[in-house]
Design a binder for this molecule. Sequence first.
Ligand SMILES: Nc1ncnc2c1ncn2[C@@H]1O[C@H](COP(=O)(O)OP(=O)(O)OP(=O)(O)O)[C@@H](O)[C@H]1O
Ligand SMILES: [Mg+2]
Length: 239
Amino acid sequence: MSALLEVRGLTVCHGQLEAVKGVSLSVSPGEVLGIIGANGAGKSTLLRTIAGLHKPSSGAVLLDGVAITRLAPEKRVAAGIVLVPEGRRLFGSLNVEENLLAGCYRARPGPWTMARVLAMFPWMATRRRQPASQLSGGEQQAVAIARALLANPRLLMLDEPSLGLAPVPLQRIYAVLPELVEAGLGVLLVEQDVRQALKVSARVQCLLEGRQTLAGVPAELDFEQIEAAYFGMTRKKGA
Ligand SMILES: Nc1ncnc2c1ncn2[C@@H]1O[C@H](COP(=O)(O)OP(=O)(O)OP(=O)(O)O)[C@@H](O)[C@H]1O
Ligand SMILES: [Mg+2]
């Protein structure tokens, strides 16, 4: 059986810099794969390449076993690959509802209707006329996720949803993940908060300077292994 998403030996360059070096992964329906790694490890580059926003110099991206490596970004959205980018990227001058409607533009048919999304985040209905720029970080992240769901993705990619959030809003965001998994979405989650990634992912992979340094099931990984994979073996005690 083919995975929903498969990435084979992906290498991505920004000019002279190899930001992603031969990374492979797969995500099945209803599975969360966590990608961890320090600043600059290549996590966003990896997600953006899967979304079609960067061209890889080698390797392949497959959806349902079919290569989509050269498909345009909007066609990937139409095929069900949707990215919630780092930093949320809402239209700040538009209100909540207008931001959500942007997700409906050329949406695939599917179960994620406006009613279902508003049932998931009830506060959005009452604040639909509020400009997105007036929302808190956690609320903006929720709108960004809701907007992505309205496109009816099969694979949802979340790039650091916890960035800049305090513990309570962070938990509110992560509280929606089980419903997404239950609905059969494959989730590719980039998270710098390793503890959070381990808590919610079926499997995790770690990147260090673009290279995959670790892959495994959270329960089978110990702290030292993860630390070495995350920072590299050369990190000195106390550094
Ligand atoms: N558009 C770009 N042009 C040039 N270099 C880039 C570009 N985007 C990223 N890079 C570089 O590629 C490397 C990987 O960056 P990337 O943003 O993928 O890392 P990241 O793991 O997402 O980091 P962070 O945790 O800080 O978001 C970094 O050295 C970065 O400076
Ligand atoms: Mg990033």
